[in-house]
Design a protein around this ligand. Sequence first.
Ligand code: NAG
Ligand code: NAG
Ligand code: NAG
Length: 526
Amino acid sequence: MKTTVSLLALAGAASAATELPSIIAKGSKFFYPNGTQFFMKGIAYQRDVGAAGAKSDPTAKYMDPLADQDSCKRDVPYLQDLSINIIRTYAIDPKQDHSYCMGLLQDAGIYVVSDLSEPATSINRDDPQWNTELYDRYTAVVDEMSKYSNVVGFFAGNEVSNSANNTGASAYVKAAVRDTKKYIKDNSKRWIGVGYAANDDKDIRSEIADFFNCGESEESIDFWGYNIYSWCGDSSMSKSGYDKQVEFFQDFSVPVFFAEYGCNLPNGAKGRKWQETEALYSDEMTKVFSGGLVYMYFQEENDYGIVEIKGGEAEKQDDYDALKKAHAAADPKGVDMDQYKPSSKAATCPNVSKAWQAAAQLPPTPDKTLCKCMSDSLDCVVSDDLDEKQYGDLFGLVCANNQKVCAGINGVTNLGNYGAYSMCTPKEKLSYVLDAYYQAHGKSSDACGWKGAKLQKGSTASACQKSLSDAKQQNQAIATATGNVAAPKATGGSGKGKGKENFGVRTAPSGVLAAGVVAMAVVLAL
Ligand SMILES: *[C@@H]1O[C@H](CO)[C@@H](O)[C@H](O)[C@H]1NC(C)=O
Ligand SMILES: *[C@@H]1O[C@H](CO)[C@@H](O)[C@H](O)[C@H]1NC(C)=O
Ligand SMILES: *[C@@H]1O[C@H](CO)[C@@H](O)[C@H](O)[C@H]1NC(C)=O
């Protein structure tokens, strides 16, 4: 069944693009600048890279969906035919030119919400980091996409914590939220949101939503995306649990929407009826939810598509017309921005427990300057030819018997204690622990004799002295701490005006510090 849709005069569309009015958030709702409430009628638009992100695979490749002119030209008319007003992309290449596709979308009245990571550079739930490499990636995507007025916001992570045993990873994602928000605030003239897309895991549902919403607004999410697949085939508000979601989020202080929905049970994508679309835009749900995004446009192996690409052409699947109808029928009634007086407050941070391992205190802001100061100061470092794949073995060897020194590069999420260098690159971190070992062993050349290590002449520029000494103090304090060493009250992206030197690390309270000040040599004694 081949169909051609030509709703748009496509020729020259990109250059003629009119800018869409940028969406803003107030309380738990989105609005057009004219005060009309904005509800998402969206769809996920990305091939291959899909829902289950958060597994960093350095070899993974992705196709940037907004850098492919032919595909955009082919697909935008379908999106328009489906009454789509927003798409979600999962992996953008900030080095590509997006003006053509973004222009087509602008002309079609379509907004964009995008993930900031890509498969090889994302926060990995099994080995979570928020470091200078990720920061560079996230901010590059912000730089590239924020110039388009139809970009509503970004996801700092997608389904990263997905079970009670990896909840600590959420601390790193929230640090990414905090730092990306700060970056946008410093570099963009308009509001662009930073949120998170969560799966629906009943064991951590309440804790994770509270965690991302709690604390100062400088570090909490601007919106909450929910990937939810609980309405399958013939269902209902109560059978699907949608009624419980309405109840749960009724007092949430920021907008909530379905960042993915569209269960393909029991009959595969083809059998989808989109009853849930009707529910999503009913009064019962729109008072709490801002609509949602169908998963997904492309029919692929996972069987969630509404069109299949064959020989470069888009072929409508059997669930296409049903979705078109459901979207066309949806006419959510919103509130007017001026009449709307939000009263909900941010959540209280969840207590740390067996089921929730992320304290309110977040990992430090990535700071390349500090990392460079540190690595320049070392005498024993990783040699340049050591393959990064072998770092793990060396970390293992050095850290196994020297956990206290390795505290400087690690994070203890349930205490909210993070090494000052936990945000550096793997290479810088490995150099840090190799040098600590070398210093503790009287700088004997043997102590830098690891395969993959080399000696250099370390030096400390005067501009580095203060930050290195603060970092050292922090690392010593957390090495022996059994509780949080930095007052959680002092958190928040706004900082205390110390600028870069502060890098989110606060001086430890004196009691803890006294116990924590242990000479490296003593700590390292084997
Ligand atoms: C506000 O703008 C949106 C988008 O352009 C439009 O759909 C809506 O009708 C406008 N509302 C009013 C009250 O003009
Ligand atoms: C975490 O829990 C899930 C089930 O909830 C299990 O499949 C997984 O293997 C566990 N991972 C670890 C590292 O224990
Ligand atoms: C968290 O712990 C505090 C102090 O123990 C307690 O008062 C509060 O009820 C707990 N909160 C939750 C949500 O369990």
